[in-house]
Design a protein around this ligand. Structure first.
Ligand SMILES: [Zn+2]
Length: 227
Protein backbone atom coordinates (compact mmCIF):
# COMPACT_ATOMS: atom_id res chain seq x y z
CA UNK A 1 0.00 0.00 0.00
CA UNK A 2 2.68 2.42 1.05
CA UNK A 3 4.79 1.61 -1.99
CA UNK A 4 1.86 2.24 -4.28
CA UNK A 5 1.11 5.55 -2.56
CA UNK A 6 4.76 6.55 -2.83
CA UNK A 7 4.40 6.31 -6.58
CA UNK A 8 1.42 8.61 -6.82
CA UNK A 9 2.00 11.07 -3.98
CA UNK A 10 4.56 13.84 -4.42
CA UNK A 11 7.76 13.10 -2.53
CA UNK A 12 8.24 15.18 0.58
CA UNK A 13 10.69 15.24 3.46
CA UNK A 14 9.51 13.04 6.36
CA UNK A 15 11.16 15.47 8.75
CA UNK A 16 9.72 18.81 7.68
CA UNK A 17 7.46 18.26 4.70
CA UNK A 18 9.69 20.09 2.20
CA UNK A 19 9.00 18.82 -1.32
CA UNK A 20 11.31 16.80 -3.51
CA UNK A 21 13.25 14.52 -1.16
CA UNK A 22 12.40 11.78 1.32
CA UNK A 23 14.73 13.47 3.86
CA UNK A 24 16.04 16.96 3.12
CA UNK A 25 19.49 18.39 3.77
CA UNK A 26 18.22 20.72 6.51
CA UNK A 27 16.76 17.79 8.44
CA UNK A 28 19.98 15.81 7.85
CA UNK A 29 21.99 18.60 9.47
CA UNK A 30 19.60 18.52 12.43
CA UNK A 31 20.43 14.84 12.97
CA UNK A 32 24.19 15.03 12.53
CA UNK A 33 25.00 16.50 15.91
CA UNK A 34 27.10 15.32 18.84
CA UNK A 35 24.74 13.24 20.98
CA UNK A 36 23.63 14.72 24.28
CA UNK A 37 23.74 12.85 27.58
CA UNK A 38 20.25 12.24 28.97
CA UNK A 39 19.10 11.08 32.39
CA UNK A 40 15.79 9.22 32.13
CA UNK A 41 13.54 8.93 35.18
CA UNK A 42 14.08 5.17 35.31
CA UNK A 43 17.85 4.87 35.51
CA UNK A 44 19.10 2.17 33.11
CA UNK A 45 22.37 2.08 35.03
CA UNK A 46 24.33 2.90 31.89
CA UNK A 47 25.03 6.22 30.14
CA UNK A 48 22.27 7.30 27.73
CA UNK A 49 22.79 9.52 24.72
CA UNK A 50 20.27 11.06 22.38
CA UNK A 51 20.52 12.93 19.08
CA UNK A 52 18.21 15.54 20.59
CA UNK A 53 14.82 16.14 22.08
CA UNK A 54 11.67 14.48 20.75
CA UNK A 55 10.81 17.47 18.60
CA UNK A 56 11.24 18.84 15.08
CA UNK A 57 12.49 16.39 12.42
CA UNK A 58 13.38 13.77 15.04
CA UNK A 59 9.77 13.62 16.19
CA UNK A 60 8.16 13.80 12.75
CA UNK A 61 10.72 11.32 11.47
CA UNK A 62 10.03 8.80 14.25
CA UNK A 63 6.28 9.10 13.68
CA UNK A 64 6.72 8.70 9.92
CA UNK A 65 8.92 5.64 10.42
CA UNK A 66 6.88 3.88 13.10
CA UNK A 67 3.32 5.02 12.57
CA UNK A 68 3.19 5.74 8.86
CA UNK A 69 5.48 3.02 7.59
CA UNK A 70 7.93 5.35 5.88
CA UNK A 71 10.83 2.94 5.87
CA UNK A 72 13.07 5.40 4.04
CA UNK A 73 13.49 7.34 7.32
CA UNK A 74 15.61 4.46 8.63
CA UNK A 75 18.41 5.59 6.32
CA UNK A 76 18.98 9.13 7.69
CA UNK A 77 18.41 7.84 11.24
CA UNK A 78 20.89 5.00 10.74
CA UNK A 79 23.48 7.32 9.24
CA UNK A 80 22.99 9.76 12.11
CA UNK A 81 23.40 6.99 14.70
CA UNK A 82 26.66 5.96 13.00
CA UNK A 83 27.78 9.59 13.15
CA UNK A 84 26.88 9.67 16.84
CA UNK A 85 29.06 6.60 17.45
CA UNK A 86 31.95 8.57 15.93
CA UNK A 87 31.23 11.52 18.21
CA UNK A 88 31.09 9.28 21.28
CA UNK A 89 34.44 7.75 20.35
CA UNK A 90 36.02 11.15 19.77
CA UNK A 91 34.73 12.27 23.16
CA UNK A 92 36.21 9.16 24.76
CA UNK A 93 32.79 7.94 25.91
CA UNK A 94 33.15 4.58 24.17
CA UNK A 95 36.21 2.67 22.97
CA UNK A 96 37.58 3.13 19.43
CA UNK A 97 37.22 0.25 16.96
CA UNK A 98 40.87 -0.78 17.27
CA UNK A 99 40.29 -1.54 20.95
CA UNK A 100 36.78 -2.86 20.92
CA UNK A 101 34.26 -4.47 18.57
CA UNK A 102 30.99 -2.63 18.43
CA UNK A 103 27.74 -4.52 18.94
CA UNK A 104 24.41 -2.74 18.49
CA UNK A 105 21.44 -4.34 20.25
CA UNK A 106 17.97 -2.93 19.68
CA UNK A 107 15.65 -2.45 22.61
CA UNK A 108 12.52 -4.52 21.96
CA UNK A 109 9.07 -3.03 21.63
CA UNK A 110 5.57 -4.32 21.93
CA UNK A 111 4.30 -2.27 19.03
CA UNK A 112 7.15 -3.37 16.85
CA UNK A 113 6.39 -7.02 17.48
CA UNK A 114 2.89 -6.42 16.16
CA UNK A 115 4.36 -5.01 13.00
CA UNK A 116 6.79 -7.85 12.57
CA UNK A 117 5.61 -8.39 9.03
CA UNK A 118 7.10 -5.11 7.93
CA UNK A 119 10.21 -5.65 10.01
CA UNK A 120 11.42 -3.76 13.05
CA UNK A 121 12.15 -0.14 12.04
CA UNK A 122 14.67 0.34 14.84
CA UNK A 123 16.50 -2.80 13.74
CA UNK A 124 16.64 -1.36 10.25
CA UNK A 125 18.15 1.88 11.59
CA UNK A 126 20.78 -0.11 13.52
CA UNK A 127 21.65 -2.19 10.46
CA UNK A 128 22.10 0.95 8.36
CA UNK A 129 24.28 2.43 11.12
CA UNK A 130 26.41 -0.73 10.97
CA UNK A 131 26.69 -0.44 7.16
CA UNK A 132 27.85 3.14 7.53
CA UNK A 133 30.70 2.05 9.78
CA UNK A 134 32.15 -0.41 7.24
CA UNK A 135 35.00 -1.47 6.98
CA UNK A 136 34.59 -1.81 10.70
CA UNK A 137 32.61 -4.96 11.38
CA UNK A 138 29.66 -4.03 13.57
CA UNK A 139 27.33 -6.77 14.72
CA UNK A 140 23.59 -6.20 15.05
CA UNK A 141 22.31 -9.39 16.66
CA UNK A 142 18.59 -9.75 17.37
CA UNK A 143 18.89 -10.66 21.01
CA UNK A 144 16.02 -9.09 22.89
CA UNK A 145 12.32 -9.75 22.60
CA UNK A 146 9.35 -8.47 24.52
CA UNK A 147 7.17 -11.30 25.77
CA UNK A 148 3.40 -11.28 25.88
CA UNK A 149 1.50 -9.38 28.53
CA UNK A 150 3.14 -6.03 27.97
CA UNK A 151 0.55 -3.27 27.69
CA UNK A 152 0.75 -0.29 25.38
CA UNK A 153 2.77 2.18 27.44
CA UNK A 154 1.03 5.32 26.19
CA UNK A 155 -0.28 7.25 29.19
CA UNK A 156 1.58 5.19 31.78
CA UNK A 157 3.73 6.85 34.43
CA UNK A 158 7.42 6.04 34.80
CA UNK A 159 6.66 3.62 37.63
CA UNK A 160 3.84 1.97 35.69
CA UNK A 161 6.06 1.64 32.63
CA UNK A 162 8.77 0.05 34.74
CA UNK A 163 6.27 -2.43 36.17
CA UNK A 164 4.85 -3.04 32.68
CA UNK A 165 8.15 -4.30 31.25
CA UNK A 166 9.61 -5.85 34.41
CA UNK A 167 10.53 -9.44 33.66
CA UNK A 168 8.94 -9.21 30.22
CA UNK A 169 12.05 -8.68 28.16
CA UNK A 170 13.85 -11.87 27.29
CA UNK A 171 17.05 -12.75 25.53
CA UNK A 172 16.47 -14.79 22.40
CA UNK A 173 18.99 -17.47 21.58
CA UNK A 174 22.38 -17.77 23.15
CA UNK A 175 24.24 -14.66 24.19
CA UNK A 176 27.92 -15.40 23.97
CA UNK A 177 29.54 -12.24 22.68
CA UNK A 178 32.99 -13.19 23.88
CA UNK A 179 33.14 -16.28 21.73
CA UNK A 180 30.74 -15.43 18.92
CA UNK A 181 31.05 -11.77 18.31
CA UNK A 182 34.60 -10.73 18.88
CA UNK A 183 36.20 -9.34 15.78
CA UNK A 184 39.68 -10.50 14.88
CA UNK A 185 42.33 -8.16 16.21
CA UNK A 186 40.18 -6.51 18.83
CA UNK A 187 40.50 -7.31 22.46
CA UNK A 188 37.10 -6.37 23.74
CA UNK A 189 33.58 -5.44 22.71
CA UNK A 190 31.33 -2.48 23.26
CA UNK A 191 27.59 -3.07 23.48
CA UNK A 192 25.31 -0.15 22.73
CA UNK A 193 21.57 -0.41 23.18
CA UNK A 194 19.71 1.30 20.34
CA UNK A 195 16.18 2.70 20.36
CA UNK A 196 14.20 5.37 18.59
CA UNK A 197 12.79 7.32 21.54
CA UNK A 198 13.64 7.21 25.22
CA UNK A 199 10.61 8.22 27.28
CA UNK A 200 10.97 7.09 30.88
CA UNK A 201 13.95 4.79 30.35
CA UNK A 202 11.98 1.75 31.58
CA UNK A 203 12.51 -0.35 28.44
CA UNK A 204 16.21 0.46 28.23
CA UNK A 205 16.65 -0.23 31.95
CA UNK A 206 15.01 -3.64 31.65
CA UNK A 207 16.98 -4.40 28.47
CA UNK A 208 20.26 -3.50 30.16
CA UNK A 209 19.29 -5.60 33.19
CA UNK A 210 18.58 -8.66 31.03
CA UNK A 211 21.81 -8.31 29.05
CA UNK A 212 23.87 -7.78 32.18
CA UNK A 213 22.22 -10.86 33.64
CA UNK A 214 23.57 -12.84 30.71
CA UNK A 215 27.03 -11.48 31.32
CA UNK A 216 26.83 -8.92 28.53
CA UNK A 217 28.13 -5.60 29.83
CA UNK A 218 26.31 -2.66 28.28
CA UNK A 219 28.42 0.43 27.55
CA UNK A 220 25.46 2.70 27.03
CA UNK A 221 22.27 3.45 25.17
CA UNK A 222 21.98 5.58 22.05
CA UNK A 223 18.60 6.83 20.85
CA UNK A 224 17.34 9.11 18.10
CA UNK A 225 15.28 11.29 20.44
CA UNK A 226 14.63 11.76 24.13
CA UNK A 227 11.17 12.73 25.28
ZN1 LIG B 1 13.26 18.21 5.98
Amino acid sequence: MRTLLDLVLPLECAGCGAPGESWCSVCSVALFVPPIAVRPRVDPGVPCWSLGTYSGPRRTGVIALKERGRRSVARPFGRALAGAVGHLREAGEIDPPELSSLILICAPSRARAARARGGDPVLKCARIAAEQLVPERVLVPELLRMSGGVRDSVGLSAGQRQHNVAGRIEAVGVVRPRSDARVAGSTDFTVLLIDDVITTGATLAESARVLTGFGVPVAGALVVASA
